[in-house]
Design a protein around this ligand. Structure first.
Ligand code: CA
Length: 224
């Protein structure tokens, strides 16, 4: 999952980025409102962490711009204790949730995962596809009760396919959600990771869950 942090306090942004990367998220950071809006409009994020008080353009203006253009990326507002009015305004402008500074990183993580899940139409943190289960909190992956150990990249690929299960995902969409914006992307690398995943998830089972759709991309589905 790819996250954009729009936060002008560099130390805070750095701590959040590091914490989220440890949880295998791919993280971009913008330090002012103008840059933040530009990135939010031009790159595909699975969620945005949006501070309200920002230089050049404040968070509520960014949110309003995004929503008025029909962009439905999940937005989690970062607000200060006193900012009750902005918080209400933010929710009315279409924010998905908010968190009040100072907060525990674990609470932020829980809220972030929750808004991402709901944006993909999932309510449970455990995604089940046939006899495959993926716990998106613990990153525990099992197929027919057998625990499967994945690298961070393999997990990210699987989680993206699973949160979008039943939909064909192109290589370029997968690449965009698995690498940060600065990295030179070659979507052929996706094929390599899909092969690793297949070896770990599908090998030895009658039913294949990862499907290649020629000329379109990949699809994770449980039904034949
Ligand atoms: Ca700020």
């Amino acid at each position: 999952m790819k996250i954009l942090i729009i936060e002008d306090e560099k130390r805070m942004a750095g701590i959040l980025k590091k914490g989220l990367e440890e949880q295998t998220f791919i993280v971009d950071v913008a330090h002012d409102g103008e840059e933040g809006l530009y990135m939010a409009e031009n790159y595909p994020y699975d969620a945005i962490l949006l501070d309200i008080m920002l230089p050049i353009m404040d968070g509520l203006t960014i949110l309003n711009e995004l929503r008025s253009k029909g962009r439905d990326v999940p937005v989690l507002l970062i607000t200060a204790r006193g900012e009750i009015e902005s918080r209400i305004k933010g929710l009315n402008f279409g924010a998905d949730d908010y968190i009040v500074k100072p907060f525990d990183f674990s609470e932020l993580l829980a809220r972030l995962r929750s808004v991402i899940r709901r944006s993909k139409g999932k309510t449970s943190p455990v995604i089940a596809i046939h006899n495959l289960t993926i716990d998106t909190n613990s990153h525990n992956v099992r197929r027919a009760e057998k625990e499967i150990t994945l690298s961070a990249t393999e997990y990210n690929l699987l989680e993206y396919l699973a949160l979008n299960s039943g939909r064909v995902i192109s290589r370029s969409e997968l690449t965009e959600h698995m690498y940060d914006t600065d990295i030179d992307r070659d979507s052929n690398v996706i094929d390599v990771y899909v092969n690793y995943l297949r070896n770990k998830l599908d090998k030895g089972f009658d039913r294949q869950l990862i499907h290649t759709v020629r000329g379109a991309g990949y699809l994770l589905k449980g039904e034949e």
